[in-house]
Design a binder for this molecule. Structure first.
Ligand code: ZN
Length: 330
């Protein structure tokens, strides 16, 4: 896709419309404003922030420090390499092109809604009409819609803003929808992240999140926890009328674990042996994952599910109580 030339101040076209809604992550008070030729600056505390290829780097000093050490761990380095490999560049073959895709062993996981376009999740894209403004916390390199704002830890492919989910760099009540898929298991303080997502949502706005339950360790950049259905309910108690469902079914959870165990029984070298055993296991078992199409609706699916989704609304502000004339019960 040929991107239009970046605007003179360097922000991407998606963020241009939100320029007035950027909030300083350093003090949480000031608006972030553009300083001619010198990046961005906070109107209250004067903190300075850079822009890289149209992507504002809105991290506080503390976040920057923490992030640097997280990304230097073995799993952090792996994550950066994986995300950078998605970066399209002229002459580089797409990682999933041609015969490689044909030879790749089938996936043993069935996700009920990978593109978010089915079921309850669909509403987040258009519940406020065609201009519905969406923030994808942890978005990029994955992007669900052309117009959503994606936030991640580094300016990876498809990232619009670099920021920390614990201190979202946006003013209160900015977005119509917030999406947060497979992120909460990777953050230090998930309660704070949920509170931040609610803060930047407009009243009546929709929050959609997915979290893993029976799912293997995956460091992006690290991995700290899992959620039961009741844990999800508690975590998102701030939502009005939350709906919770199974995003990854029990069979997928089982097959993934079995695949990992089988891989452990095979020596690391020679690598071709490993690939044959791993691919063989997946070829023999992947078809069972389609049982999850039925099982995700089973009343006991939540006991052994691979993960859950939750969708709910930010409550409207409490109507102001006008005190009536004082009455006495005596
Ligand atoms: Zn500030």
């Amino acid at each position: 896709m040929a991107d239009e030339a970046p605007p003179p101040f360097g922000l991407s076209h998606r963020l241009k419309a939100l320029e007035a809604r950027l909030r300083c992550p350093e003090c949480g008070k000031g608006r972030v404003v553009h300083v001619a030729g010198a990046g961005l600056s906070c109107s209250a505390c004067g903190a300075r922030f850079g822009i890289r290829a149209g992507v504002p780097l809105l991290l506080s000093e503390r976040s920057r420090r923490e992030l640097r050490s997280d990304l230097q761990t073995a799993t952090g380095v792996q994550m950066v390499a994986e995300y950078q490999a998605v970066e399209p560049s002229p002459g580089k073959p797409r990682p999933t092109s041609g015969w490689r895709r044909l030879l790749r062993p089938p996936d043993v996981m069935y996700h009920t809604n990978p593109g978010m376009r089915r079921g309850a999740a669909r509403r987040i894209f258009d519940h406020r009409g065609p201009g519905t403004l969406i923030l994808n916390v942890g978005g990029g390199p994955t992007r669900y819609s052309a117009e959503e704002i994606t936030l991640n830890l580094e300016p990876f492919h498809n990232v619009d803003v670099v920021g920390d989910a614990h201190e979202l760099p946006f003013l209160d009540d900015t977005f119509d929808s917030v999406v947060c898929n497979a992120v909460l298991e990777h953050v230090g303080q998930p309660e704070r992240v949920v509170a931040e997502m609610l803060r930047v949502l407009r009243p009546g706005g929709l929050l959609y999140a997915e979290v893993p339950f029976i799912f293997f360790f995956h460091g992006y950049p690290s991995d700290y926890r899992r959620y039961t259905r009741e844990g999800v309910r508690r975590m998102f108690a701030g939502l009005a009328e939350p709906e919770i469902g199974v995003a990854i079914g029990p069979v997928s959870a089982l097959l993934q674990s079995a695949n990992m165990v089988v891989a452990m029984l095979v020596p690391n070298r020679p690598a071709p042996l490993r690939r044959i055993v791993n691919g063989g296991f997946r070829c023999l078992t992947f078809a069972f994952k389609y049982l999850d199409k039925l099982l995700v609706r089973h009343e006991r699916a939540h006991l052994v599910a691979g993960g859950f989704w939750v969708l709910g609304r930010k409550p409207d502000p409490e109507p102001e109580v006008v005190p009536g004339p004082a009455t006495s019960t005596r």
